[in-house]
Design a protein around this ligand. Sequence first.
Ligand code: NAD
Ligand code: SER
Length: 324
Amino acid sequence: MNKILITGALGQIGTELASALCERYGQENVIASDVRPKKETDEIVDCLFIPLDVTNPKGVAEIVQKHNVGTIYHLAALLSAVAETKPQIAWNVNMNGLYYILEVAREFHCSVFTPSSIGAFGISAPHDRTPQETIQRPSTMYGVTKVAGELLCDYYFKRFGVDTRGVRYPGLISYKTLPGGGTTDYAVEIFYEAIRSQKYTCFLKEGTYLDMMYMPDAIDAAIRLMEANPDRLKHRNAFNVTSMSIAPEVISAEIRKHIPEFEMNYRIDPIRQAIADSWPNSLDDSAAREEWGWKPTFKLPEMAADMLEKLSKKLNVNNLLDHE
Ligand code: NAD
Ligand code: SER
């Protein structure tokens, strides 16, 4: 079998995708890569790891050729809040990195999965049940690179026949690897702080509804889409996917069902609040459901219960959920 390469594999998604791909296709068929070296504390499966900066086209080509790579899960990117602080670097990593991956995929006949985001929409898109196809005028560098990336991936499919596929992920909630500097990070931090101190200060204001998804569903979406029958795909880059539309006080109330003493207050970060306000409240994911059978497993209650249980074990907090 041709090998599978993951770029940005030490990040929030990559660490969990690597395990899932190894389990499904065999550890010997998966190569993890990242711009930074792997550390003892990285919770990534023990497959082959190769340092790779995606802004180095020669490095990308060498790995793909040498290891006979057939599929690339291209996760290397800067997330929304970090990208706003370093827009030039974000353009370089998110756009030039993607361009080099697509060029190598064209030359060596690889298929490519590239995640887009709810950040690919802006204030002028409908905010509730945002359609699969609608106006996309984001106001952030992150969003600009996501829309341009979707278009570039479609172009490589139509013009060169590269099998490009992608989803517009919402905020992802997980317990293995911390998020990398996004606007939706509060939805992970809140669980850590609920367990550590039973208090959390949220940087988004009450009533800020955004789509979210638990990591097992996000991993399932990526693999399911890459395995989907291409004849059924009317869209490619990128499919709206979602599991739940929630605001900070909604997660807080759910956590209180397990930890009654949990308290949340607010200190608004104006930059991340402005980003969140420009994003959809909820997505319409019917195209993904129809074209490749997308169906999430976790809603808010199941996600919160699982997060609290797994994180309590990880953080070695034993008696907090004992009353359940
Ligand atoms: P992350 O920030 O956790 O991980 C990204 C990884 O990319 C990091 O390990 C980083 O070291 C690496 N990286 C940065 N620059 C690189 C370079 N030049 N070359 C190689 N690697 C580099 O991000 P993530 O959450 O795992 O996101 C992966 C993809 O999914 C991104 O495209 C992101 O936009 C998208 N996405 C994520 C979310 C989410 O909530 N996590 C939501 C929507 C879309
Ligand atoms: N979670 C991501 C972010 O906030 C959404 O793309 O940047």
